[in-house]
Design a protein around this ligand. Structure first.
Ligand code: DLZ
Length: 152
């Protein structure tokens, strides 16, 4: 279940890594798929990992900052933001993305970006790594985070 154009195949070695998976609570079914995909990928790579739940995507960045302060090698940030009738979507999406990027740059440690920004629920389901999904963005984010530890 690899995404269109997404890298794959080359196995990733996560042995010895301490990874924190941070997951928002909104849009439960899609989040369950993203979390399972990330955890499957970390297990397959042999990485130690734990799950931290936060209320919404906006809170992912500060939780990633805390994970790094606690010594984590990498974080995987998972969230689903679905467009509504107000400009809220743009503000939460931008703050989440900018916040996670800033935390990664400040810490010099990788944050796998598994935040879906969707026009509707179906776009999230299609990318959640669930039965019937075409893509598995939780797995992709976990894999990217682990690969980056070896790059930095
Ligand atoms: C408030 C809000 C809204 C409207 N939509 C979403 C969403 O689609 N996905 C998500 O992860 N979080 C959403 N939130 C919650 C915010 O991320 C945040 O948790 C609250 O504004 C409290 O700080």
């Amino acid at each position: 279940m690899s995404g269109t154009g997404a890298p794959s195949a080359r196995p990733v070695d996560g042995t010895g890594l301490d990874v924190v998976v941070i997951a928002a609570a909104w849009h439960e079914t899609i989040m369950d798929g993203l979390i399972a995909g990330a955890q499957r990928t970390l297990d397959a790579a042999g990485a130690a990992h734990r799950l931290v739940r936060v209320p919404g995507s906006f809170e992912l960045a500060v939780a990633a900052q805390a994970a790094f302060a606690g010594g984590a090698d990498a974080a995987v940030a998972l969230g689903v933001i679905i467009r509504g009738g107000t400009p809220h979507f743009e503000y939460v999406s931008a703050a989440t993305t900018d916040g996670l990027n800033r935390v990664a740059l400040d810490a010099g440690r990788p944050v796998g970006f598994g935040v879906l920004t969707c026009d509707d629920e179906q776009q999230g389901l299609d990318r959640a790594g669930l039965p019937g999904s075409q893509e598995d963005k939780g797995a992709e984010a976990a894999e990217a985070a682990m690969r980056m530890v070896g790059v930095l």
